[in-house]
Design a protein around this ligand. Sequence first.
Ligand SMILES: C[S@@+](CC[C@H](N)C(=O)[O-])C[C@H]1O[C@@H](n2cnc3c(N)ncnc32)[C@H](O)[C@@H]1O
Length: 234
Amino acid sequence: MERQEVLQTLIDKRGYTTYLEIGVLGGMVFFPIRCKRKIAVDPEFRFNWKGRVGETIRNPSNINAKYFETTSDDFFENQSTGVFCKHPLDIALIDGMHEFDYVLNDVNNCLRYLSDDGVLLLHDCNPLSNEAEESFARWKNRGFAGYWNGDVWKVIPYLRKYRPDLNVFVADCDHGLGVISINGKKVEATDSGRDEFRNLEYRDLDKNRTELLNLKPVSFLKDFLLKGKAYENR
Ligand SMILES: C[S@@+](CC[C@H](N)C(=O)[O-])C[C@H]1O[C@@H](n2cnc3c(N)ncnc32)[C@H](O)[C@@H]1O
């Protein structure tokens, strides 16, 4: 099961109206999504206004889409309050810079605006090799060779330890789809514990993958999509 199908199923089943995608690239996932309010954030969109017009003809949902060509940190510092003041965030795909601190910032920032029954999806939570997990700088030095997941995965055990207010699991599909939903009164985000998780290595994941990621089969994800948020999965 791929991220686009998961997003659309949740939007349709739960009647979500506000979708945010952080890291959009060419819009392969963003443009086909059908949702009333769509927000795209990326420092470098790989499409121009003509592409947007074409995608709006293909999918009229894009007519009201908002595009922010900037980093997610800048978006949340300068634009997000205005964007979400009337309508909270229902669902987000976090797929921007695939390094621990960036991803954790994105999660914390999205949680500030997430509706009580909203969902955050994190792409690339289950790297299967040392190379796929290395830093952006090293991947760049290798000429962007091979598939790169980065160390997004570290955010999962971090949240499971420090955020008892969240349900967090990773579905074993599409390079590891992290699924985050709210399971109680929201706890204030802090920076404590970041070092402990930032310094983990690929071999730590490889030794204890299922436990660290709360890795679940696709059948579990399908069940989550059917049953919604009344789900205890920590
Ligand atoms: C893996 S691609 C996104 C793919 C897209 N979500 C999809 O499913 O087709 C990652 C994107 O993140 C963007 N990106 C890099 N740094 C970012 C940042 N700090 N904030 C937001 N997006 C960022 C890149 O420009 C790139 O387009």
